[in-house]
Design a protein. Structure first.
Length: 149
């Protein structure tokens, strides 16, 4: 595999996401969920309070329309339920169902072990630098999108 140049970084990131998805999918398939569905479940599970659909959409940086479709699928799987937002009747709050909580509890350690197996191939300093760079790129690109609106 050729070394990545600065010019190739976007393509390399797309390749990395594709490889992560392809490698993680069979791990999560045991729980009958996809990596994207895991991300939504984890976002809801890790929220301090029942998050709104819009808040999870913002956190995952996807459109509300895209998130609505993902939530509909998770609802049909019995993993998430929508509840009315008591402060805004137009908005929906999200809650894990008991089945969704069981998936988080059982798949969480497996997901963590998989992640550790992938990142464990990097030195501790490379891990920290990688996470810092991802955070910075994400913040910069998200900020640029806000500026375009």
């Amino acid at each position: 595999m050729a070394k990545t140049t600065l010019h190739d970084v976007p393509a390399a990131l797309v390749q990395l996401v594709n490889l992560i998805t392809r490698n993680l999918a069979p791990v999560l398939a045991r729980y009958r969920i996809t990596p994207q569905q895991w991300s939504v479940l984890a976002a809801v599970a890790n929220a301090e309070e029942d998050p709104s659909l819009a808040a999870v959409s913002r956190q995952m940086m996807v459109s509300k329309q895209n998130m609505t479709g993902m939530i509909a699928r998770l609802e049909s799987l019995g993993l998430i339920r929508r509840i009315e937002d008591p402060t805004d009747l137009r908005a929906s709050m999200l809650q894990l169902t008991s089945k969704g909580k069981r998936v988080i509890v059982s798949a969480g350690p497996v997901y963590d072990a998989w992640t550790e197996g992938v990142l464990g191939r990097l030195s501790e300093s490379d891990r920290r630098a990688f996470v810092r760079a991802l955070d910075q790129l994400t913040q910069n690109l998200a900020h640029e999108l806000k500026d375009e609106r």
